[in-house]
Ligand binder design. Sequence first.
Ligand code: SF4
Length: 335
Amino acid sequence: MGNDVLVRARDLQVHFPVRSKGLRRRTTGAVRAVDGVDLDVFRGETLGLVGESGCGKSTLGNALLRLVEPTGGSVEFDGTDVTGLSQRDLRALRRRAVMVFQDPYASLDPRMTVGQTVAEPLQVHGLHRGAAARAVRVAELLELVGLDPAVASRYPHEFSGGQRQRVGIARALAGEPDFVVCDEAIASLDVSVQAQVLNLLRSLQRTLGLTLLFVSHDLAAVRHLSDRIAVMYLGRVVEVASAADLAADPQHPYTQALLSAVPVPSPAQERRRERIVLSGDVPSAAKVPSGCRFRTRCPQAFEPCATVDPALQPVGAAGAHVAACHLHGLVPAAD
Ligand code: SF4
C-alpha cells in the first residue's frame, strides 16, 4: 500500500433541507449530515470510518459513491471529479465503486435466487456475456466468499444472516470493483458470525487488492480490520491516523472517549481502564454548535473552542496523524 489516493473528498457537504409543516412547506434550515469533510482513501488500504450513530458516517460513505448527491465540495475517484458525472459515466463508477449494505435481509430481493442476485451486476455491466459464462462466474464468486456454488439455485430466505451477507459481498464483487464501502456490514449479524465476516472481508481485501472503507460504530471491529482509522463527529472528520497510532496515542478528546469505552482483553489492564464518560447528548445536526462542534461535550474545552472552528492539523510525524482540536494549536477551519 502506497500513499496513492484512490478516493479524495474535499470540503464535502451533504445537507438535507428542513421544511415547515403545512401547504407552503418553506425551507427553515438544514440537517448538516456531512459538513465539510476532507478525507483521502489510499489505494489498497482498509480505512475504518468510526463514530456514534447519527454522526453522518453512512451518508459520507453513500456520498463518496454518489448514492446520495453532495450539496457542496468535491469527490474525486481515481483522479476524476465524480460530483458532475453524467448518467453514462456514473454507470462506469457503479462498477468500480460499490456498497456492501448493512442489512442482508433487506438488501437481497427475496424473489431472486442467489445465482440471479449475483449475476445481475454482470448483466448490467455487460460482463461474462451469455448464460453459461455468467454461471461459471457466479460459481467462482460464491466460492470466493466461502459458499458452495450449488446454493445458486436457492432463495435468500433459506440462508442465515451470515450466509446472506456473503451473498451480498459476492454480488458487490461481481463487477471486479476497486473500491468497496462496507456500511455497518456486520452490525445486524450475531456476534459469533461477525468475526467470520470480518475475516472474510480482510482476506478478500488482501487477495483482490481492494480498497475498503469500513463504516462502523464499533471501534473494536474497525481496529481489527483497518490500516488507518478516521473518526467522525457530527458531520465532520475530527481525527485520522494509522490504526496503531490511534489506539496508542489518540489526540482528539472525542477519540479518547471512544477508545476508553472499548474493553481490553487482558483482565489486569481491563481493571485499570479508565472510562471517559461524555456528558450530554450529541447535538442535532440541524443545530451544530458554534466553534468546535464537540465543545458542548468536551471535558477539555477552553476559551477559543466556542468561537473558532478547528481545522484538521498534523499532530504526529510526517503529517500521517491529524486531528481537529485547538489543544494542538489554534488553526481555524476554512469557511
Ligand atoms: Fe475540545 Fe476545544 Fe479540542 Fe474541541 S477544540 S475537542 S472543544 S479542546
